[in-house]
Design a binder for this molecule. Sequence first.
Ligand code: KIV
Length: 275
Amino acid sequence: MKNTVITFMEAKKKGIKQTMLTAYDYSTAKLIDEAGINAILVGDSLGNVMLGYEDTISVTMEDMIHHGAAVSRGAKNALVVIDMPFMSYQTSVYDAVTNAGRLMKEGRCQAVKLEGGKEVCPQIKAITDAGIPVMAHLGLTPQHINAFGGFKVQGKDEAAARKLIEDAKAVEEAGAFSVVLECVPAKLAEMVTKELNIPTVGIGAGAGCDGQVLVYQDLLGMFSDFTPKFVKRFAEVGEVMKEAFRKYDEEVKAGSYPAEEHTFAIKDEVLEKLY
Ligand code: KIV
């Protein structure tokens, strides 16, 4: 069954948890889709895990469209959401709608995600009014890394917790169909989830959210630059990959790969003519 923003929102009413994973390419999107995951996020985390940047600040619209379009080609049933990169929506409502439109037209996604609360509500309203569903993102918003002074849990004191609740209500009011809560205390995320009619998607926000999202390289043990506390490794694919790369290296150097069964034949009479 095709997942849409409507099925995503209806799941909250029915109490059915929704799953979301990041993907940045066609093959991975296909695997995630075939596993029955509800939604795929083409996150600007691609700056970290695919491009090797230390943060998401340098990610461009072109990066998001290039990777987003590949993911969209691989996702038959999953809802595809593409992140709006840094400075593609903060500058003006016009920029926000234009760039969200490009992500949908060229990246072929069904929704976009952007970071921020009250301050980006005019953008959320305008993008939504243009027929492009918006997923909001609150808590630890990596595009604000320089303002936060590092990757820190958000909403821990009363003022910050109140602000998070107000921002969550504001993005819902502005038209967001869902909101990601990243790195916020579990009980606060649960409270926000109960207050909202739209589904919350947690990452480092506990089990009280309506759904969960993870960066797939974290879940598979494929990224070792840093591992946040909330990550559970569901497999050690990084080790499996390294072992396979080592075996390939060994066999090529030993001359045992490629073997007869990996080669293409040519008729002797054709070969003889070449001498
Ligand atoms: O870019 C990303 O992968 C994200 C998730 C961490 C929610 O925004």
